[in-house]
Every structure is written in structure tokens, then in C-alpha cells.
Design a protein around this ligand. Structure first.
Ligand code: CA2
Length: 146
């Protein structure tokens, strides 16, 4: 697999490990990136890990993935629940998309129960902590292989 898998993180996920450990755990985003890069090495694939607090930047990266990525793993943070723009961009991407949420959004406030992204995603991983990114990476690789 020559094209990298994009791992996109949305707003406030740069704060991982710094606040609300009871919800999001103690790992930092740098820890998550290191774990994904390590697993990617073991699986023989490349990853490009990106984080932004800006909706338009996430849309730009999803557009860049068209023709440039083997798959997308996305935790769009709060934009999950609001962004038709990210959904539209994902709908124009032809490869596998796995949506990840660190917390179980269905156990939380009602406004977190709906995801615009889930209607496009090939898989959704919620409530598995930061390990969810690793599950997602394995899933993208097996979808590409199959
Ligand atoms: O559970 C998830 O992964 C979420 O996508 C995280 C988003 C939240 O808006 C979604 O409903 C569920 C929030 C990310 C904020 O991350 C922080 C981490 C540490 C400290 C403060 C915020």
C-alpha cells in the first residue's frame, strides 16, 4: 500500500491527556500518533496524522485524501455532530472511512448521539478509548486487502 492512511483529528483533540482524563484518558495526542505510527510500521503501511481546530482545514485534508490516501480515519470531535461540510467532503472520497470516538458518545449528552459522519463511514468505533484508533487502522488495512 503506497498511499498513506490519513488519521484526522478535529477540534480540541490537541488537548488530549491534559484535561478530562475520566472521559478521554491520560494519553496525549502525541502518544496516540506514536502508537499509530508504530502499528502502521508493523502492518507495513504509512500514516499521516493531522489535527486541526478548524472545520475548513479538515475539509481541505479530506479533499487532499482524494487520490492521495488509502483510507481515512477521522475523529472530527464536536464537528461530528454539526458538520455537513465534512460529510460532503467524505462523500467525495472513494476509499474506506472509519469514524472514531474515544468516548462512548451514546452514553453522553443527547446532542452527541447523532453523527453526520456515520452515514458515510464504513465503520464506527466508539468508547474504546484511544485504542480505537489502532482498531480503526487494522480495519482500514483489512478493507484495503480484501
Ligand atoms: O469521544 C470523542 O472522541 C469525541 O469526538 C471528542 C470530542 C467531543 O466533542 C465528541 O462529542 C466526542 C471532544 C474532544 C475534546 O477533547 C478534549 C480532550 C481533553 C481535554 C479537553 C477536550
Amino acid at each position: 500500500m503506497s498511499k498513506p492512511i490519513f488519521i484526522l483529528n478535529g477540534p480540541n483533540l490537541n488537548l488530549l491527556g491534559q484535561r478530562q482524563p475520566e472521559i478521554y484518558g491520560r494519553e496525549t495526542l502525541a502518544d496516540v500518533v506514536a502508537a499509530c505510527e508504530g502499528l502502521a510500521r508493523d502492518l507495513g503501511v504509512g500514516v499521516r496524522c493531522l489535527q486541526s481546530n478548524h472545520e475548513g482545514q479538515l475539509v481541505d485534508w479530506v479533499q487532499e485524501a482524494r487520490g492521495g490516501a488509502a483510507g481515512i480515519i477521522i475523529n472530527a470531535g464536536a464537528y461530528t455532530h454539526t458538520s455537513v461540510a465534512i460529510l460532503d467532503a467524505l462523500n467525495a472520497f472513494e476509499g474506506p472511512v472509519i469514524e472514531v470516538h474515544i468516548s462512548n458518545i451514546h452514553k453522553r449528552e443527547a446532542f452527541r448521539h447523532h453523527s453526520f459522519i456515520s452515514g458515510r463511514a464504513d465503520g464506527v468505533i466508539v468508547g474504546c478509548g484511544t485504542e480505537g484508533y489502532l482498531f480503526a487502522l487494522r480495519r482500514v488495512v483489512s478493507l484495503r486487502a480484501g
